[in-house]
Design a protein around this ligand. Structure first.
Ligand SMILES: Cc1cc2nc3c(=O)[nH]c(=O)nc-3n(C[C@H](O)[C@H](O)[C@H](O)COP(=O)(O)O)c2cc1C
Length: 257
Protein backbone atom coordinates (compact mmCIF):
# COMPACT_ATOMS: atom_id res chain seq x y z
CA UNK A 1 0.00 0.00 0.00
CA UNK A 2 1.34 3.44 -0.95
CA UNK A 3 2.09 5.28 2.31
CA UNK A 4 0.34 8.60 2.71
CA UNK A 5 -2.37 8.06 0.10
CA UNK A 6 -6.09 8.77 0.58
CA UNK A 7 -7.93 5.43 0.52
CA UNK A 8 -11.69 5.05 0.07
CA UNK A 9 -13.35 1.82 1.20
CA UNK A 10 -16.12 1.68 -1.39
CA UNK A 11 -17.86 -1.04 0.61
CA UNK A 12 -18.47 1.47 3.42
CA UNK A 13 -18.91 4.65 1.30
CA UNK A 14 -22.54 5.79 0.93
CA UNK A 15 -21.74 8.47 -1.63
CA UNK A 16 -22.93 11.33 0.59
CA UNK A 17 -20.31 13.65 -0.91
CA UNK A 18 -19.30 15.32 2.40
CA UNK A 19 -15.64 14.47 1.75
CA UNK A 20 -15.66 16.16 -1.64
CA UNK A 21 -17.33 19.27 -0.20
CA UNK A 22 -14.68 19.87 2.46
CA UNK A 23 -11.56 18.72 0.55
CA UNK A 24 -9.36 21.82 0.04
CA UNK A 25 -7.47 20.06 -2.79
CA UNK A 26 -10.63 19.04 -4.71
CA UNK A 27 -9.26 15.51 -4.64
CA UNK A 28 -12.51 13.66 -3.95
CA UNK A 29 -15.41 13.26 -6.33
CA UNK A 30 -18.48 11.06 -6.37
CA UNK A 31 -18.76 8.73 -9.31
CA UNK A 32 -21.33 5.93 -9.52
CA UNK A 33 -22.48 6.90 -6.00
CA UNK A 34 -19.04 6.28 -4.49
CA UNK A 35 -16.24 8.67 -3.50
CA UNK A 36 -12.92 8.36 -5.24
CA UNK A 37 -9.70 10.32 -5.49
CA UNK A 38 -8.91 12.15 -8.70
CA UNK A 39 -5.38 13.39 -7.96
CA UNK A 40 -2.10 11.57 -7.53
CA UNK A 41 -1.22 13.77 -4.57
CA UNK A 42 -2.93 16.07 -2.07
CA UNK A 43 -1.82 17.72 1.19
CA UNK A 44 -3.12 14.75 3.21
CA UNK A 45 -4.91 17.00 5.70
CA UNK A 46 -7.24 14.11 6.51
CA UNK A 47 -10.39 16.27 6.69
CA UNK A 48 -12.13 13.80 4.36
CA UNK A 49 -11.38 11.02 6.82
CA UNK A 50 -12.42 13.11 9.83
CA UNK A 51 -15.79 14.11 8.30
CA UNK A 52 -16.86 10.76 6.83
CA UNK A 53 -19.93 9.41 8.71
CA UNK A 54 -19.08 5.83 7.71
CA UNK A 55 -15.33 5.79 8.46
CA UNK A 56 -14.81 4.91 4.82
CA UNK A 57 -11.74 7.08 4.25
CA UNK A 58 -8.25 6.58 5.62
CA UNK A 59 -4.70 7.65 4.87
CA UNK A 60 -2.44 4.70 4.19
CA UNK A 61 0.08 4.27 7.00
CA UNK A 62 -1.87 6.56 9.36
CA UNK A 63 -4.87 4.33 10.04
CA UNK A 64 -4.27 4.14 13.78
CA UNK A 65 -3.99 7.84 14.49
CA UNK A 66 -7.65 8.81 14.75
CA UNK A 67 -9.74 9.35 17.85
CA UNK A 68 -13.55 9.70 17.87
CA UNK A 69 -14.66 13.12 19.07
CA UNK A 70 -16.37 12.79 22.46
CA UNK A 71 -19.24 15.20 21.74
CA UNK A 72 -18.69 18.95 21.69
CA UNK A 73 -15.07 19.88 22.49
CA UNK A 74 -14.99 23.51 23.51
CA UNK A 75 -13.06 25.53 26.10
CA UNK A 76 -14.71 28.21 28.19
CA UNK A 77 -13.92 31.50 26.38
CA UNK A 78 -13.37 33.44 29.62
CA UNK A 79 -11.05 30.73 30.94
CA UNK A 80 -9.05 30.80 27.70
CA UNK A 81 -8.63 34.57 27.95
CA UNK A 82 -7.61 34.28 31.61
CA UNK A 83 -5.05 31.61 30.75
CA UNK A 84 -3.55 34.06 28.22
CA UNK A 85 -3.86 37.01 30.58
CA UNK A 86 -2.26 35.41 33.62
CA UNK A 87 0.48 33.34 32.00
CA UNK A 88 3.92 34.80 32.64
CA UNK A 89 7.37 33.91 31.42
CA UNK A 90 9.03 31.88 34.16
CA UNK A 91 12.71 32.26 34.95
CA UNK A 92 12.74 30.70 38.41
CA UNK A 93 12.05 26.96 38.58
CA UNK A 94 11.68 24.38 41.35
CA UNK A 95 14.20 21.55 41.21
CA UNK A 96 11.45 18.99 40.71
CA UNK A 97 11.44 16.57 37.83
CA UNK A 98 8.68 16.88 35.24
CA UNK A 99 6.84 13.54 34.94
CA UNK A 100 7.35 11.64 31.70
CA UNK A 101 3.59 11.54 30.90
CA UNK A 102 3.47 15.33 31.15
CA UNK A 103 6.37 15.68 28.72
CA UNK A 104 4.61 13.29 26.36
CA UNK A 105 1.39 15.30 26.55
CA UNK A 106 3.29 18.51 25.75
CA UNK A 107 4.96 16.83 22.77
CA UNK A 108 1.57 15.55 21.62
CA UNK A 109 0.26 19.14 21.64
CA UNK A 110 3.17 20.02 19.35
CA UNK A 111 2.67 17.02 17.08
CA UNK A 112 -1.04 17.75 16.61
CA UNK A 113 -0.61 21.45 15.86
CA UNK A 114 -1.66 22.44 12.35
CA UNK A 115 1.03 23.31 9.80
CA UNK A 116 1.00 25.32 6.58
CA UNK A 117 0.33 23.06 3.57
CA UNK A 118 -0.08 20.33 6.18
CA UNK A 119 3.68 19.90 6.00
CA UNK A 120 3.88 18.28 9.47
CA UNK A 121 7.52 19.31 9.47
CA UNK A 122 7.87 19.91 13.20
CA UNK A 123 10.03 17.71 15.43
CA UNK A 124 11.45 18.03 18.91
CA UNK A 125 14.64 17.62 20.92
CA UNK A 126 14.02 17.10 24.65
CA UNK A 127 16.97 18.29 26.68
CA UNK A 128 17.35 16.72 30.11
CA UNK A 129 20.59 14.72 30.55
CA UNK A 130 22.47 16.77 27.97
CA UNK A 131 20.88 20.10 28.86
CA UNK A 132 23.85 21.57 30.73
CA UNK A 133 26.37 20.47 28.08
CA UNK A 134 24.33 22.05 25.30
CA UNK A 135 23.70 25.19 27.34
CA UNK A 136 27.47 25.50 27.89
CA UNK A 137 27.97 25.58 24.12
CA UNK A 138 25.39 28.36 23.77
CA UNK A 139 27.02 30.30 26.62
CA UNK A 140 30.31 30.18 24.69
CA UNK A 141 28.62 31.51 21.55
CA UNK A 142 27.01 34.39 23.42
CA UNK A 143 30.19 35.26 25.34
CA UNK A 144 31.93 35.64 21.99
CA UNK A 145 29.36 38.09 20.62
CA UNK A 146 28.59 39.93 23.88
CA UNK A 147 31.29 42.61 23.53
CA UNK A 148 29.64 43.69 20.26
CA UNK A 149 26.11 43.68 21.74
CA UNK A 150 27.43 45.69 24.72
CA UNK A 151 28.50 48.48 22.38
CA UNK A 152 24.91 49.07 21.28
CA UNK A 153 22.71 48.08 24.20
CA UNK A 154 22.82 49.27 27.83
CA UNK A 155 20.55 46.30 28.69
CA UNK A 156 23.07 43.87 27.16
CA UNK A 157 25.81 45.52 29.26
CA UNK A 158 23.82 44.81 32.44
CA UNK A 159 23.05 41.25 31.39
CA UNK A 160 25.83 38.91 32.46
CA UNK A 161 26.12 35.66 30.48
CA UNK A 162 26.08 33.23 33.40
CA UNK A 163 26.34 29.43 33.09
CA UNK A 164 22.53 29.22 33.18
CA UNK A 165 21.76 32.28 31.09
CA UNK A 166 19.52 30.29 28.71
CA UNK A 167 17.74 27.62 30.75
CA UNK A 168 17.62 29.20 34.22
CA UNK A 169 18.28 25.86 35.97
CA UNK A 170 14.99 24.47 34.69
CA UNK A 171 14.78 20.68 34.69
CA UNK A 172 13.84 20.54 31.05
CA UNK A 173 14.09 22.35 27.72
CA UNK A 174 12.49 21.39 24.41
CA UNK A 175 13.94 22.62 21.14
CA UNK A 176 11.27 22.80 18.45
CA UNK A 177 12.67 22.09 14.98
CA UNK A 178 10.88 22.85 11.74
CA UNK A 179 11.38 23.53 8.07
CA UNK A 180 8.97 26.44 8.28
CA UNK A 181 9.58 28.64 11.32
CA UNK A 182 5.92 29.65 11.62
CA UNK A 183 4.91 26.00 11.93
CA UNK A 184 7.43 25.51 14.74
CA UNK A 185 6.27 28.59 16.62
CA UNK A 186 2.62 27.59 16.41
CA UNK A 187 3.51 24.19 17.84
CA UNK A 188 5.50 25.89 20.61
CA UNK A 189 2.49 28.01 21.60
CA UNK A 190 0.19 25.01 21.89
CA UNK A 191 2.88 23.20 23.85
CA UNK A 192 3.02 26.14 26.25
CA UNK A 193 -0.74 25.85 26.80
CA UNK A 194 -0.45 22.13 27.43
CA UNK A 195 2.43 22.70 29.85
CA UNK A 196 0.57 25.39 31.78
CA UNK A 197 -2.57 23.28 31.96
CA UNK A 198 -0.35 20.80 33.81
CA UNK A 199 0.81 23.44 36.31
CA UNK A 200 4.18 24.00 34.66
CA UNK A 201 5.83 27.33 33.95
CA UNK A 202 7.39 28.09 30.59
CA UNK A 203 9.95 30.44 29.10
CA UNK A 204 10.41 30.94 25.38
CA UNK A 205 14.17 31.07 24.92
CA UNK A 206 14.65 33.17 21.84
CA UNK A 207 18.28 33.59 22.89
CA UNK A 208 19.02 29.84 22.91
CA UNK A 209 17.22 29.48 19.58
CA UNK A 210 19.39 32.28 18.22
CA UNK A 211 22.58 30.64 19.51
CA UNK A 212 21.58 27.28 18.01
CA UNK A 213 20.87 28.88 14.65
CA UNK A 214 24.21 30.67 14.75
CA UNK A 215 26.27 27.61 15.73
CA UNK A 216 26.73 24.54 13.56
CA UNK A 217 28.31 22.82 16.56
CA UNK A 218 25.11 23.23 18.62
CA UNK A 219 22.90 22.10 15.73
CA UNK A 220 25.10 19.04 15.27
CA UNK A 221 24.97 18.26 19.00
CA UNK A 222 21.15 18.55 18.86
CA UNK A 223 21.02 16.35 15.76
CA UNK A 224 19.11 18.92 13.69
CA UNK A 225 18.35 17.21 10.35
CA UNK A 226 19.15 18.84 7.01
CA UNK A 227 16.47 21.28 5.91
CA UNK A 228 15.23 21.97 9.45
CA UNK A 229 16.12 24.76 11.86
CA UNK A 230 15.48 25.43 15.53
CA UNK A 231 12.27 27.49 15.42
CA UNK A 232 11.84 28.00 19.18
CA UNK A 233 13.08 26.62 22.48
CA UNK A 234 10.78 26.10 25.44
CA UNK A 235 12.24 26.04 28.93
CA UNK A 236 9.96 24.18 31.32
CA UNK A 237 9.53 23.27 34.96
CA UNK A 238 7.43 23.88 38.04
CA UNK A 239 7.49 27.62 38.77
CA UNK A 240 9.17 28.84 41.92
CA UNK A 241 7.39 32.18 41.72
CA UNK A 242 3.78 33.21 41.95
CA UNK A 243 2.44 36.22 40.08
CA UNK A 244 -0.44 37.93 41.81
CA UNK A 245 -1.94 39.93 38.97
CA UNK A 246 -1.80 40.46 35.24
CA UNK A 247 1.05 42.56 33.84
CA UNK A 248 0.41 46.01 32.36
CA UNK A 249 0.02 45.92 28.60
CA UNK A 250 -0.13 48.50 25.84
CA UNK A 251 -3.63 49.48 24.75
CA UNK A 252 -5.30 47.53 21.98
CA UNK A 253 -4.21 48.73 18.57
CA UNK A 254 -6.79 47.78 16.01
CA UNK A 255 -8.40 49.13 12.90
CA UNK A 256 -11.81 47.94 11.77
CA UNK A 257 -12.33 48.54 8.08
C1 LIG B 1 9.63 34.71 20.93
C2 LIG B 1 10.06 35.01 22.33
C3 LIG B 1 11.37 34.86 22.70
C4 LIG B 1 11.79 35.12 24.01
N1 LIG B 1 13.09 34.89 24.38
C5 LIG B 1 13.47 35.10 25.66
C6 LIG B 1 14.81 34.80 26.09
O1 LIG B 1 15.64 34.33 25.32
N2 LIG B 1 15.14 35.03 27.37
C7 LIG B 1 14.24 35.55 28.26
O2 LIG B 1 14.60 35.74 29.43
N3 LIG B 1 12.96 35.83 27.90
C8 LIG B 1 12.56 35.60 26.63
N4 LIG B 1 11.25 35.85 26.24
C9 LIG B 1 10.29 36.32 27.24
C10 LIG B 1 9.86 37.78 26.98
O3 LIG B 1 10.91 38.64 27.33
C11 LIG B 1 8.60 38.01 27.81
O4 LIG B 1 7.56 37.32 27.16
C12 LIG B 1 8.19 39.45 27.93
O5 LIG B 1 9.12 40.10 28.72
C13 LIG B 1 6.80 39.60 28.57
O6 LIG B 1 6.75 38.95 29.81
P1 LIG B 1 5.64 37.85 30.07
O7 LIG B 1 5.91 36.74 29.13
O8 LIG B 1 5.75 37.46 31.50
O9 LIG B 1 4.31 38.49 29.76
C14 LIG B 1 10.84 35.58 24.95
C15 LIG B 1 9.50 35.72 24.56
C16 LIG B 1 9.11 35.44 23.29
C17 LIG B 1 7.67 35.59 22.92
Amino acid sequence: MKQGKVMVDTGKCIGCGLCGRICPAHNLEIKNKKAGTVLERCILCGQCSAVCPKKAISIAGRENDQIEKPGEVRLDPGAVLDAIRFRRSIRDFRQTEVPREMIEQILEAGRLTHTAKNLQDVSFVVLQREKDRIEEMAVKVFKTVKPIADLFSPMARKNEITDHFFFFNAPLAIVVLAKDKTNGILAAQNMEFAAEANGLGVLYSGFFTMAANASRRIRKALGVPKGKKPAMTLVLGYPNVEFLRSAPHKELSVRYM
